[in-house]
Unconditional design. Structure first.
Length: 155
């Protein structure tokens, strides 16, 4: 449980480096995709930590191996809106990574990756949106730490 939380923190450090160093010098859609992969990994480690916590607290019986089943189980276990918004972002990031995408203005400040998600929904990802995703991932790791460390009692 704590190891998964530690791994989430380590992934967050990698995302930080990607955002503030790598993306600054290599403004490409591939670099953006790499950052999204790391964000997903950060969320996955946080989810692992929460699942282990929930199992230890006897809130769930077993931990599923499928990522979709894991997030669904956690959404049933932790019912607050804050957690639901984190899970929605996690699922959206997974869809973005799997979607077909196009690139615009590479090597410039306004580099944009345009993805076509399911049902024809078009999503644009740029540096400012990645910054929001990064901040949300940091908040998610803090949220997980509060729950796992027992600093805040959940419902």
């Amino acid at each position: 449980m704590k190891e998964a939380l530690y791994n989430a923190g380590q992934e967050l450090k990698r995302v930080d480096h990607l955002f503030y160093v790598s993306l600054k010098y290599t403004r490409t859609a591939d670099m953006m995709r790499h950052m999204i992969e790391r964000l997903i990994s950060t969320f996955s480690f946080g989810i692992d930590s929460l699942l282990k916590y929930a199992k230890e607290e006897k809130k769930i019986d077993e931990i599923p191996s499928n990522p979709m089943m894991r997030s669904k189980l956690l959404m049933e276990t932790f019912t607050d809106e804050e957690f639901a918004s984190y899970m929605n972002l996690y699922l959206k990031l997974r869809k973005i990574l799997k979607a077909d995408y196009s690139r615009r203005e590479e090597f410039r400040r306004h580099v944009t990756m345009t993805c076509t998600l399911d049902k024809g929904e078009v999503t644009e990802v740029n540096i400012d949106i990645l910054k929001e995703y990064y901040e949300t991932a940091k908040n998610f790791v803090d949220y997980v730490e509060r729950i796992v460390e027992g600093k805040e009692e959940d419902e």
